[in-house]
Unconditional design. Sequence first.
Lengths: 398, 185
Amino acid sequence: MHVIETGNVAAALGVRLAGAQVVAAYPITPQTPLTEKLSELIEAGEMDARYVPVESEHSALAVCIAASSAGARAFTATSANGLLYMHEQVHWAAGARLPIVMCVANRAVGAPWNIWNDHQDSISQRDTGWIQIYSCDHQQIIDDTLKAFRVAEATSIPVMVCYDGYLLSHTYMPFAVPEQEKVAEFLPPFQPAYALDPSSPANLNTVTLPEVRLDVHGELAHGYMEIRYLLQEDLRNAVQVVEETDAAYQEVFGRGGVPLVEPYRCDDAEYIVVGLGSLTYQLRDVVETLRAEGHRIGVLGVRLYRPVPDAAIAAALQGAHGVFVMEKALSYGYEGALCSDLKSALYDHLPDKSEAPFVKGLIAGIGGREIRTADLADALRSGLAGSIPDPNWIAIQL
Amino acid sequence: MPMTEIRWHGRGGQGAITASKIVATAAFDNGFTGAVMIPTFGTERRGAPIFSSLKIAREKIYDLSPIETPDIVVVLDHLLLDEVDVAKGLKEDGLIVLNTPKPLSAYDFGGVRLAVADVNALSAEAGLPPGRVNSGIIGALCRAFDIVPFEAVLAEIEAEFDGKKPKANAEAARLAYENTTVGVA
């Protein structure tokens, strides 16, 4: 069944389909309609879950951490400064290995105050140990949200599903809603690896010493370093889990196939533009325009940003003469974070460094600055002619 | 890819987003796989000028940037003409659909197609509260722009306003459809 709804509603319907049992959230634009929709569904008895209204985002994630520790499927959502206010608990959820799912309706962070879209909020959380997926349209939002629960539970690692604030969160477009009766085939009920039980009290994640030591059962227990190493190992292995989950989803629902990167006209491309989210779909029209002008160019959307699918990125870019990375966020003091990650992937995976494509970073749409399709084409025309705009912030007016 | 771009100008709270969503849904149900409605958000309050972009095509639409060169401009309140350059970027053979109590001859947009209807009066006649124009304006649009069977649009209006005077809203659209004047201005 197709509906025409907003991206926030697509996310909410995905959460309902997944059978989340606990939802805790604090409203913040542009995420608010998502959690409003969930509270409506729960209030109307159309979703069997507990909605916990809280006084802050920090508490929202704390509630999810508690719920997940007790074995419940838990969900939250936020944007911008709400995500930053959560930050301490964001680290905690990953360290505690809790399969929480969170949607982030991407928004610029203050100061100065700004409610519009860019990616600085979720990019600034890239080192917390969460899996990060970027959706490009409403179909991906609802499908990714559903898949996120399976990935999280298979890896015991929390997952962030990120989508552009306003551009996707508030835009109406058609998308197919997966059939509820098929969901059980794809996502069985949550079987926690460990769940708190009042009849058998325990402390979780107490002070853990630098060195390994014998536990109460007399067995050698991991120290902090081992626990953190396993998080890193499991995150690296999660690339494969994301692929397997996508394949399973495709088998049941017939959609998917681009879990790591999503190429468009890259096969014969001399130049490839790389980005995250809805911008990479907008760039498809730019690619068509530039191809009509005789340029062999394609666009590569990075769908899984953490863990970095480095091998898939390098394979997609191998053979290109040049790469332009277009980002709505940056690691202040250096460059776009994706740009750095991508260069690193190329350095690691291309056997002959002399054949590596050049990589140029471009910044666009910070704080919701309108990204005109014509401006994207102009910036890339400059790049194809050998000189990207200086400064490399598209449409900046100093 | 052939695409129709319709820019809606209204005031915060007037229901332009709902109106364009109704047209998007009717278009999608009638074979337009690409039907997206992108509201542009400022810091508007109720009554402030707002606009949204409705793009309709037979194929999926990937570009969600705001419409710059509309085929059609729909204006829910004629007083907006004093505040906003609604015709900005309008294509040469473009169309303006305007809710106004004034006749077509009162306007000069430099030779574009213009459709006018007194949607406020017609909506009141249909039994809607004063100022409710977002169902009626769809009738005026459909009169001048024949993309989806009008009966399908009326059905979608009734579905969208389920529980909120669906018959009166559909009637407002029908009255506006029948009482829209189309010409060149």
